[in-house]
Design a binder for this molecule. Structure first.
Ligand SMILES: O=C(O)CCC(=O)C(=O)O
Length: 245
C-alpha cells in the first residue's frame, strides 16, 4: 500500500473525508461536463421542478429519460463512476480492513449531478444519509456503527457548498447534533464544528455518507458536481455453513 493510499485511508477513518486535488484535468472535466450537462438540460426542459429547485438530478435511475437524446453521454458517465481509477480511491474504506464483516468491493447505488438553482436560494437540512427512511434513531445508530456508505464526487466547477462535521461518521451524535438533525431547526448555520469542503474545478472528494453534513443551494455561481454513492456488501451467511442446533 503506497503512503498516499495509507494517508487517504487514515484521513477517512479520522475525519470521514479526504480531497484529491486536480483529480481531473481540463479535457477530462470538459468531456464529463458535456455528458452531464446534456442530462441536466433535458431534465430541465421536461420538468418545472427537477433540475430547477432540486439539489441534484439522478443520472442513473432517471437515465432512460435524461439521456434519451444522447445515450453515449450515459455510457461515458457510467464508465467513469465504475472506472478502476475511481474504485481504487474506495479501496480500504470499508470495514473489511478492520475485520468487521463488510466486503471491500464497492457497490454503486446511483450517481447525481448537483446543479445551481434556477429560482431561489435555500439552505439544506443537516443530516446523515443513514437517517433517510429510518424513523427510529436507535436503529439508525446501529446502521452507523456497523456499515459504510461513501460518496465520491468531482467538481466540474468550483464548489464550496458542502459542509461536514469532521469525525461524525465514527460516532453517534452529541445532544446538540441530534437536536439539530432530527429537530425543528435543521437548517441552522450553527452546527458545532462544521467544516466547509471547498473544491476547485477538477478536485475530487470522498466522504462518508453517515457523516453529519448538508449543503446550501444558490442560483449563482454555477454548480456542476457529479456525485456517485457506493456501499459495501456484508457477506451472506450460507445456511449450510451454520452449525446444526
Ligand atoms: O453537496 C450537496 O449538495 C449535499 C449532498 C448531500 O447532502 C447528500 O448527498 O446527502
Amino acid at each position: 500500500m503506497s503512503t498516499s493510499t495509507r494517508d487517504r485511508i487514515d484521513a477517512f477513518r479520522a475525519q470521514g473525508f479526504f480531497i484529491m486535488r486536480a483529480f481531473l484535468d481540463i479535457a477530462e472535466r470538459a468531456e464529463l461536463r458535456r455528458a452531464c450537462d446534456a442530462a441536466l438540460l433535458r431534465t430541465r426542459a421536461l420538468s418545472r421542478e427537477t433540475g430547477h429547485s432540486t439539489p441534484s438530478i439522478s443520472l442513473l435511475t432517471d437515465g432512460a429519460t435524461c439521456f434519451q437524446d444522447d445515450p453515449c453521454a450515459l455510457e461515458l458517465i457510467s464508465a467513469f463512476v465504475g472506472s478502476r481509477r475511481v474504485c481504487e480511491l474506495l479501496a480500504g474504506l470499508s470495514r473489511a480492513g478492520a475485520g468487521e464483516g463488510e466486503e471491500d468491493a464497492p457497490r454503486l447505488k446511483d450517481a447525481h449531478y448537483y446543479h445551481e438553482q434556477t429560482r431561489r436560494d435555500w439552505d439544506g437540512d443537516w443530516h446523515r444519509d443513514s437517517q433517510f427512511g429510518q424513523s427510529d434513531p436507535e436503529i439508525e445508530r446501529a446502521i452507523v456503527a456497523t456499515t459504510t456508505s461513501v460518496h465520491f464526487r468531482v467538481a466540474l466547477e468550483d464548489d464550496d457548498r458542502l459542509e461536514i462535521v469532521p469525525g461524525s461518521h465514527a460516532r453517534w451524535d452529541t445532544p446538540d447534533e441530534l437536536r439539530i438533525r432530527r429537530g425543528a431547526d435543521r437548517t441552522t448555520p450553527h452546527m458545532p464544528n462544521a467544516a466547509r469542503v471547498a473544491l476547485r474545478a477538477g478536485d475530487a472528494c470522498i466522504f462518508h455518507a453517515w457523516s453529519i453534513h448538508r449543503a446550501t443551494y444558490l442560483r449563482a455561481p454555477p454548480r456542476r458536481t457529479i456525485d456517485a454513492l457506493y456501499t459495501f456488501a456484508r457477506p451472506t451467511v450460507r445456511r449450510w455453513a451454520l452449525p446444526a442446533i
